[in-house]
Write a protein that binds this ligand. Sequence first.
Ligand code: DC
Length: 224
Amino acid sequence: MTDAAFIIVAIDGGAASGKSSSSRTLSDRFHLLHVDTGSFYRAITAELLRIGVPAADLAGVQTAVKHLALGTRVAGRSAQMEIGGRVVPDAEIRTKQVNDNVSHFAAIPEVRNALLAYQRGQADVARTRGFRGVVMEGRDIGSVIFPNADFRFFLHADPEERARRRASEGGQDSIRERDRLDSSRKTAPLACPDGAVSIDSTHLTLAEVVELIAAPIAARLGPL
Ligand code: DC
């Protein structure tokens, strides 16, 4: 963030608020590393369930997360989490079981702590690989992970519209329940951070959302 040519863009919001689509588009447009932190929580959830540690087993979770060997693989412009040298594939992190459990794991402070330095370290991954910056999406990026990010946005949309979007992607996801859990947890709850730009995407197209976010970034970075 001290390097004027390298930018950090934080995009927070609830499930199916348009974060992923807009982050991917921005990543392509400005050559930023795309970091989907929800996929990290999902990968850890899939791994802990695979080794038989449910979220209710707090002591088990606390021990298990200490022993996870986390790495990063860059595929195209996206950062993928490796656990024990293996990327947990999309098919394993987008299951109903993971949808139903991820918010419970994400509410555990030790799980969030295990991911804190890892997420901040994605900026170094991006610098090393020659990206112009990072676009990182999640729930607490502009509040906890990068409170001094160059750009911070918070996306939201009516629950009905978000459920419609998720269903049209073929997803089975109880968005309201996950948002309720994510917003009411004690550690790093989902909320628009002070000073972030709040965008209601209910009646906007993806292109319109992207333009709102891209305009100030383009003004800073200039043409590619
Ligand atoms: O973005 P997503 O729906 O794939 O995220 C999955 C879950 O991970 C979400 O229910 C809450 C959690 N999460 C979080 O707590 N903090 C983040 N920065 C990203 C995701």
